[in-house]
Design a protein around this ligand. Structure first.
Ligand code: GLN
Length: 325
């Protein structure tokens, strides 16, 4: 009820506008006032990041970046833009995430197109990229050609970031979802990396041939029953990118089990999983023939990425997450 009342108040204010021929009205709201009103509306709808989201959505409507409000705080919003803004705000109040509404998410140095076919890249996944980068830099000391596979690439955030930050690598990216691969390709084009990354449609290793020096993956790892308990925003993300089956480890199990055939001795795997899954994932890697298994922590200090080196049985290899082999 309270949400509806808030929505009604915002819509009512639209009638306070009267337009001039150019669509701008001296009596219309300033950008700052529209922003404050929107933040209040989102706050009442239970959106914690209400101010930031209000600003990002206004920037989307105006086709500008958020500095516009700082440079021209007294500028007025056109009624047509105000109406568009209300539509976006309603979507956000309905717990659609801001990235899906703006079709944009920044991850490391790049901006990615995202929509409902792909998971929105999370800051947690930077831990995966950083673990892989450390390994790449170490390998580079002794090897000219470094081949990497990003499995379950989604919008391509991990694959594109690695290729962008270490242009000398050979990068392949795979996903089971055609829709996700189309977005990953679109993002590669956006960053002029379309000729530098090979995209492969594959259910885990089904269509993958050959060996890689490093396999990275942020697979679906949420235990099936937990999905319905997640934030409303997350529940609007594709189940195929989140659902890791009964214990959340079904896909990780398949990746760990199949990786051996696609890595040389000394090849590495890095898998993102939840902090609670670190021990079980480590166990899966060890049973799959990996050694020197190490955990890398995310920005909140929780274990987020497991890395392992493929060794021959009985051989041991030490891999330190922060100080690579
Ligand atoms: N980190 C995501 C979440 O907690 C899950 C991502 C995944 O399953 N790969 O919602």
């Amino acid at each position: 009820m309270r949400r509806r009342a808030a929505a009604a108040r915002v819509i009512f204010k639209m009638h306070l506008f009267s337009t001039d021929n150019d669509g701008t009205d001296k009596k219309s709201m300033t950008l700052c006032a529209a922003l404050d009103e929107a933040a209040g509306f989102l706050k009442k709808a239970g959106i914690e990041s209400c101010k930031l989201d209000a600003a990002m959505l206004l920037a989307k409507v105006l086709g500008t970046d958020r500095t516009e409000f700082l440079i021209r705080p007294g500028a007025r919003i056109k009624i047509c833009d105000y109406k568009k803004y209300q539509e976006l705000l309603k979507r956000r109040a309905n717990h659609e995430c801001t990235a899906y509404i703006t079709n944009s998410k920044e991850f490391r140095f790049l901006e990615f197109y995202v929509d409902k076919s792909v998971l929105v890249p999370r800051p947690d996944t930077e831990t995966l990229v950083e673990a892989a980068l450390r390994r790449i830099d170490k390998l580079k000391e002794t090897k000219d050609e470094i081949c990497i596979l990003d499995m379950c690439t989604g919008c391509g955030a991990v694959a594109l970031s690695l290729k962008y930050e270490r242009p000398f690598i050979k990068m392949c990216a795979s996903d089971i979802s055609d829709a996700a691969l189309a977005i990953a390709r679109k993002n590669a084009e956006k960053h002029k990396l379309q000729n530098d990354i090979r995209f492969i449609h594959s259910d885990i290793f089904e269509n993958i041939a050959g060996r890689f020096d490093i396999i990275v993956s942020n697979p679906p790892y949420v235990p099936h029953e937990l999905i319905k308990t997640l934030q409303a925003e997350v529940q609007k993300e594709p189940a195929i990118a989140l659902d890791g089956g009964g214990d959340g480890l079904e896909i990780i199990r398949r990746i760990a089990g199949g990786a051996k055939k696609h890595l040389p001795r000394g090849g590495c795997i890095f898998l993102e999983a939840s902090p609670e899954q670190m021990d079980d994932t480590a166990g899966l890697l060890v049973s799959a023939g990996f050694n020197g298994v190490e955990v890398s922590r995310d920005l909140s200090g929780a274990g987020r990425v497991i890395g392992g080196v493929l060794t021959l049985t009985g051989e041991s290899a030490k891999m330190n997450a922060n100080d690579p082999v």
